[in-house]
Every structure is written in structure tokens, then in C-alpha cells.
Unconditional design. Structure first.
Length: 372
């Protein structure tokens, strides 16, 4: 199956800021082009023009939406298929839904690539408005069994096309046994500083870990509106000198961060298939994560990661200490994690995606997405 000669309109966010879906959009465009496809990128988060419009909440959405709609119409005349990177909330209503309807009006097949750990709650609240657009999609692809179940519950068939991880970038060997014996372990959190990712629980868990490992350090790599509050919490907990907030980091910087880590912590309250966990697994870094959303579908507790309840600093600290105090178990989890992440390489994902493209391009245009 070949992508060569295909003309694909890829609709989605691009960095900055860096994030799971933005990085996936950028990476997918690069990989498809390397396969010989012509990729028209339609960015949903272009910078505001003029820049000061970005300060005007509410009004700024119009200044981003109108150029976006114009770009969709323009691109519809050049491509064979729209591939729409979709998410929950206003992102769906403002960007995904218009792309679906414009594709339908112009007779172009559209593939909806749905992400987002909050999909179930979003559908519960707004499915009346979401369903008409979904009916007009030619295919729905999701990266996990978790989201497959969310759609199936509402009668929509999906195909699983996993997120992609560049294993060559995140494949450095780490000596888990040696690092787990150190008195100064390095713990990292690689999520943006937003309430949904609950970095506060990671800070509280780290404060417990420091009772056993006084020389431990925590690096929180990400940007977001909660930074000031998190810095204040670190100060209240007496850990200012032990906690570093790096802000936004590029991919090379993140790879270096994983290489120096002993444990990666994912404290989120809702998730689908976090790229940060895949990056840690590929880097051989043992993972402690909350057992929310799609996370239990991508890692197995006790085998490829340790899972804990959300908003439970004590349980999170216990899991971190288990990895630090039990180097044999940490090494086993690291090895199993590296093996499991191979399924997210482009060589494994490629044919699944191209098969979906082929199906929608050859299907009669009167057909829509499979409804159960």
C-alpha cells in the first residue's frame, strides 16, 4: 500500500505550544511527505494577527476562525481527502466540525482522527450537537481501545490507528539498576501546567519521596497557566531548591531529559494515550501514572508501568519509592515498557492509516461512517 501521489489535507494544531496532538500533526505531515504524499497543512492554531488580538478573549476566536475557514475552502480544491485531528470541547465545535461540513459540501472524503481523554464526558454533555457531524464523516480513527469503546457505546464504528512515536529519538539506553541505587534520584513530569494534568499531586508525592531520598530532584517540563501556583506550592512544601520548572522544551531537549531520569510520573486526571508516557517507555524510563482514561489500555500495571489512583499523593509516592528501592523490578518494567512501545513506530502504524485512506477514497460518496 502506497501513499505516493495522495493529496492529503491535514487539519490540526501545530507547535507552539508543544503538546500531544500538535506534535502528532507535525510528525504525521513529515512522515506522509517522506512516503511521497502531498500534504496540505491546515493549521487550527495559527498566531493571531495582529498579535494583540490574542489578549481579547471571545473576540479573538473570530480572528482565528475566519482565516481558518477560508483556508479550508481553498484547500478543498487541492486535496483528495481531509484528515482532521479532533479533540473535545470548543476545539471540536470551532475546528473539527467546520472541516467535516466543508469536506462534505465540497465532496471530499473526511477522516476524523479523534483524540482526548475527556471524550466520554464531552459526549455526555454535547452529543446532540456532535452527532450530526460524526454522521457525515467517512471514517473515524482513534488511537486507543479506550476511545474505541467511547464511540462504540454511542453506536459509531472506529478503526484504531495508534499515535506515532519516533523510537530513534527516544531510544537511549538507561542503566535502571544503577540509577535506582543512587541517593539522588531524578524524577520527571513532562505534562503541561494545566489543572487537568494535576502537577500539584506530583509535587505532594515528591515531598513524601524526599523523606526517604533527601537528595532527590524533580523536574517539571511544560508550560501553562498553573506555573505560578505550582511554584508557590513547591515553596510551601519547602522544596524550592529541589524542584525545577523548565518551561517549554523542544523534542531534543525532552529526549535528553528522559536520558537523565530515574522515574517519569504522569499525574493527570483525564487522559487518552499520552505521548509523554510513550516517550518515557521508549527511553527505558520506568513510569508511574494515574490509572485514568486510556492509560490502563496502553500500559499494564506491574508489567510495563505502575498505576495509581488519581489525586492520591501517598499512593503515587509509594509507587515511585518501589521503583527506586527495587532495582530488579524497575529493570523488568523498563525492559517490558521498551518492548511494548514498538507497536507505536511508524513502520507498524503506516499500513493501518493508509488502509483507512484507501477505503474512504474508493468508497461510494453516498456512504458515511459505519453506524452500529
Amino acid at each position: 500500500m502506497k501513499a505516493s501521489g495522495m493529496r492529503i489535507g491535514l487539519v490540526g494544531p501545530l507547535p507552539p505550544p508543544s503538546g500531544g496532538m500538535a506534535n502528532q500533526t507535525l510528525q504525521l505531515a513529515k512522515l506522509l511527505r517522506e512516503e511521497g504524499a502531498a500534504v496540505e497543512l491546515i493549521q487550527v492554531n495559527r498566531a493571531y494577527r495582529p498579535y494583540w488580538i490574542g489578549r481579547l478573549k471571545g473576540i479573538r476566536a473570530i480572528f482565528r476562525l475566519l482565516p481558518y475557514l477560508a483556508r479550508l475552502w481553498q484547500s478543498a480544491g487541492k486535496v483528495q481527502v481531509f484528515h482532521v485531528m479532533a479533540n473535545s470541547g470548543w476545539s471540536w465545535h470551532l475546528f473539527a466540525a467546520p472541516a467535516i461540513w466543508i469536506a462534505r459540501l465540497t465532496g471530499i472524503p473526511v477522516v476524523v482522527n479523534y483524540h482526548g481523554g475527556e471524550a466520554d464526558a464531552f459526549f455526555d454533555n454535547a452529543f446532540f450537537w456532535i452527532k450530526p457531524s460524526l454522521y457525515r464523516a467517512d471514517a473515524i480513527i482513534v488511537p486507543s481501545s479506550f476511545l474505541e469503546a467511547v464511540f462504540e457505546k454511542r453506536g459509531f464504528s472506529t478503526s484504531i490507528v495508534p499515535n506515532i512515536i519516533d523510537l530513534s529519538r527516544f531510544s537511549a539506553e538507561t542503566d535502571v539498576e544503577a540509577s535506582s541505587k543512587t541517593n539522588s534520584p531524578h524524577i520527571i513530569v513532562t505534562r503541561n501546567l494545566e489543572l487537568i494534568y494535576d502537577n500539584a499531586t506530583a509535587l505532594r508525592a515528591f515531598s513524601i519521596v524526599k523523606h526517604t531520598f533527601p537528595g532527590a530532584t524533580l523536574i517539571i517540563a511544560g508550560s501553562g497557566p498553573e506555573r505560578e501556583a505550582l511554584e508557590k506550592l513547591a515553596a510551601v512544601l519547602g522544596m524550592t531548591d529541589a524542584v525545577t520548572f523548565t518551561g517549554r522544551m523542544d523534542t531534543d531537549g525532552m529526549a535528553a531529559l528522559y536520558r537523565g531520569a530515574d522515574v517519569m510520573v504522569n499525574p493527570s486526571l483525564a487522559d487518552n494515550m499520552p505521548i509523554s508516557i510513550l516517550e518515557a517507555l521508549a527511553s527505558g524510563v520506568p513510569v508511574v501514572s494515574t490509572d485514568v482514561g486510556g492509560v490502563p489500555y496502553m500500559v499494564e500495571h506491574g508489567k510495563t508501568a505502575l498505576l495509581v489512583p488519581a489525586q492520591d499523593p501517598a499512593a503515587m509516592a509509594d509507587a515511585i519509592l518501589t521503583l527506586l528501592n527495587e532495582p530488579v523490578q524497575a529493570r523488568q518494567i523498563s525492559k517490558a515498557g521498551k518492548e511494548s512501545v514498538q507497536q507505536y513506530a511508524w513502520s507498524e502504524v503506516r499500513d493501518r492509516l493508509l488502509c483507512v485512506y484507501e477505503q474512504v477514497l474508493t468508497r461510494p460518496r453516498t456512504s458515511a461512517v459505519g453506524i452500529k
